[in-house]
Design a protein around this ligand. Structure first.
Ligand SMILES: Cc1cc2nc3c(=O)[nH]c(=O)nc-3n(C[C@H](O)[C@H](O)[C@H](O)COP(=O)(O)OP(=O)(O)OC[C@H]3O[C@@H](n4cnc5c(N)ncnc54)[C@H](O)[C@@H]3O)c2cc1C
Length: 466
């Protein structure tokens, strides 16, 4: 069943004041095409974009169950990262990432910026890098040092991930308890909805045929059956990620985990002087359940923290998020920046990220059936989808590239992705993970250095997926 449109009108910062184009018509006939793409998020849109770059005459069709950008692509935190979730699973035999992998990732943000400017997509892209900070309690300093060691072990240089002393950290950002951190240039900030609308306009101008409010109800090699139409296609790309519900071959192969954000009102120059982030860097702290922030082009602070898992493993269609989670995120923001006391939080929203059973992202293409997919980004898909969209376009048009040699790319059937255990097992597992993280954080912030805190940290190290 599709979600009623009224649910989608709850306020999300990124869509405020963004003129929405008239919806593309739904598909109501049978059509034939070379390339059919299911899912109108960044993965589907970038794939369409790069297919048309490589084969301008190619016929490309994209169908989206709701409006384009309905999924995570229209709701995220706007970090465009030159990194992937689970990087350490992609190491070579020597325990390091291959040089080609490191250079592909290190180049990603610059390449994305170049493509955005060539395509004339204005999405507030700002290549200010990222500060990962030990910011709230002492144990975060050990985690920061371990993270730096891990980056070094993977083969990244000091230019890629650079240690910040507490003093250097303080000069960049005035967090509550500056204990040192890491700076990387390989992150840019974007405005997610502007990227969705800009990319949609770009692919439309290139001649991609778009159909909104068109849900693919069954997908098999050569055919996508939609609610009111059918697509016969040589190649099919499934880009449904955390919104892969019944009918998508990725259903239960990618499960949705909820993530959410809060945003402040625009802050004044003097408020920003008390916070920092003068280069408009993105910011994260070393909490287990990812706390990530950006300074927007209109000078708000946007903060993402802690996810949850919905009963039945269902994706989150509505934009509005649970009140308790909203309060938690506001509290995290205030504990990072006590200076925010009295500041109004104006927006709160959430959405679903996609998690594969292997807890790592993938690009799959089965030449025999013409079926392809990319995703499993675990909440790190803004930059990755730019890279994976290009990779899919290379694979589908048979263009040799370094991208198709990357360790996350496989010539496999989609069924090679392992199915998750039946519900509620994944939900229990996820909730147990989050509860353990919460307890550890509570112990570390109040009783740092104590035996229970050290034991909880050891347990968390063991159960963290990567
Ligand atoms: C709150 C939040 C914060 C995040 N922050 C960041 C961040 O700062 N940096 C980062 O890198 N990543 C972040 N992410 C993750 C990132 O947004 C995603 O990884 C990325 O947008 C995935 O893009 P996608 O196109 O693969 O999937 P989506 O954008 O989820 O698109 C999938 C689309 O498929 C459509 N669909 C599903 N089934 C069908 C069907 N049967 N027929 C037709 N259409 C269908 C859906 O309606 C949806 O629009 C965040 C995610 C959330 C939710």
């Amino acid at each position: 069943m599709t979600t009623p449109e009224r649910e989608l009108t709850s306020p999300a910062l990124w869509w405020d004041g963004i003129p929405r184009a008239t919806p593309e018509p739904p598909l109501e006939t049978a059509i034939t095409t070379q390339y059919a793409i299911v899912g109108g998020g960044y993965t589907g849109l970038w794939t369409a974009y790069f297919l048309k770059q490589r084969q301008p005459q190619a016929d490309v069709v994209l169908v989206e169950a709701h409006r384009i950008g309905h999924g995570a692509s229209g709701r995220n935190g706007g970090w465009l990262m030159g990194s992937l979730e689970g990087l350490s699973t992609f190491v070579s035999a020597d325990g390091r990432l291959a040089q080609s992998v490191r250079s592909t990732l290190n180049q990603l943000v610059t390449d994305a910026g170049k493509t955005l400017s060539e395509a004339e997509i204005d999405c507030d892209f700002h290549h200010g890098g990222c500060i990962m900070a030990a910011a709230r309690y002492d144990a975060q300093t050990d985690r920061a040092r371990a993270a730096l060691e891990n980056f070094r072990g993977l083969g990244f240089s000091d230019e890629d991930y650079q240690w910040l002393s507490p003093q250097q950290l303080k000069e960049k950002v005035m967090v509550a308890k500056p204990g040192g951190g890491i700076y990387t240039p390989h992150v840019a900030r974007i405005q997610p909805a502007k990227l969705v609308t800009g990319l949609t306009k770009a692919v439309k101008a290139l001649g991609v045929r778009l159909f909104e409010h068109t849900r693919a109800s069954s997908i098999s090699p050569g055919q996508v059956t939609c609610d009111r139409g059918i697509i016969h296609a040589d190649h099919i790309v499934i880009a449904t990620e955390g919104y892969s519900e019944y009918g998508s071959p990725l259903h239960r192969r990618i499960v949705p985990v909820q993530s959410g954000m809060v945003a402040t009102e625009p802050l004044s120059g003097s408020q920003w002087n008390s916070l920092g982030l003068h280069e408009q860097e993105t910011l994260a702290d070393f909490s287990r359940a990812a706390t990530y922030l950006q300074r927007t082009a209109d000078n708000r602070l946007v903060v993402g923290a802690r996810g949850h898992y919905r009963p039945g493993g269902l994706p989150q269609h509505s934009l509005s998020d649970d009140d308790a989670l909203r309060r938690h995120r506001e509290k995290v923001a205030q504990s990072l920046f006590p200076q925010l006391q009295g500041v109004t939080f104006t927006h709160s929203w959430g959405g679903s990220v996609g998690v594969a059973r292997a807890w790592q992202p993938h690009v799959l293409y089965d030449r025999a059936t013409g079926m392809a997919t990319a995703g499993g980004y675990v909440g790190e898909g803004v930059g990755a989808s730019f890279l994976f969209g290009q990779t899919l376009a290379d694979l589908l048009t048979n263009i040799p590239s370094e991208r198709v040699q990357m360790p996350w790319v496989a010539s496999r059937e989609l069924t090679a992705l392992k199915k998750w255990e039946p519900e509620p097992i994944p939900r229990w597992g996820f909730n147990a993970l989050m509860t353990t993280f919460r307890v550890e954080e509570w112990l570390a912030s109040r009783y740092g250095g104590s035996v229970p805190s050290a034991l909880a940290a050891k347990l968390c190290d063991r159960i963290t997926p990567h």
